[in-house]
Design a protein around this ligand. Structure first.
Ligand SMILES: O=C(O)CCC(=O)C(=O)O
Ligand SMILES: [Fe+2]
Length: 177
């Protein structure tokens, strides 16, 4: 991705050496009223990349594309790689994060394992400096410490693709990086 974006490789190396990795185990019990509940509310992940293993091959994960929810069919031994908000910010919008949700099944349980990959703990989050060249290529997001970025994320309810990005987005006329 860094190569495709023509990013300075040192910049990405510095951000992701000794990076933070968090692992989540999700259990979605069967629910007879599956149409009336949601397993996991719509959201985009806060980290850079998430790797998902749909463990017992039960349907449920869906991504939002052009306003429609598209199922991500579990495939044996296949991993799903999701782009998170941190990569959207880092790429200054070139790689948008993916909004997703999980539905529940009326009769079958569902299990998944996710690993979330972020920058190293002392990093500052913001558009890669090698991608910013105002006024032609202005920064779309501001800079913030990883700590404050996650404090904001975990203080909010999952509510579509807004949780981390709105906190970081620069308003019109405020293009400083
Ligand atoms: O259960 C899944 O397939 C995805 C879970 C997820 O999106 C998350 O934990 O952030
Ligand atoms: Fe997620």
């Amino acid at each position: 991705m860094a190569e495709a974006l023509k990013m300075d490789p040192d910049e990405i190396e510095e951000l992701f050496s000794d990076c933070l990795q968090r692992m989540g185990l999700n259990y979605y019990p069967p629910c007879p009223k599956s149409q009336q509940v949601i397993g996991l509310s719509p959201h985009s992940d806060a980290g850079a990349l998430s790797i998902v293993l749909q463990l017992n091959e039960t349907d449920g994960l869906q991504i939002r594309k052009d306003g429609k929810w598209i199922p991500v069919k579990p495939m044996p031994n296949a991993l799903v790689v999701n782009i998170g908000d941190m990569l959207e910010i880092l790429s200054n919008g070139a790689y948008p994060s993916i909004e997703h949700r999980v539905t529940v099944n009326p009769t079958v349980e569902r299990l998944s394992i996710v690993t979330f990959h972020s920058t190293h703990p002392d990093a500052e989050i913001g558009p890669a400096l090698s991608l910013i060249d105002p006024p032609h290529k202005p920064a779309l997001f501001r800079r913030e410490t990883l700590k404050k970025y996650y404090q904001n994320f975990f203080a909010q309810k999952l509510n579509g693709k807004t949780t981390s990005l709105d906190f970081m987005r620069l308003g019109n006329g405020d293009q400083s990086s």
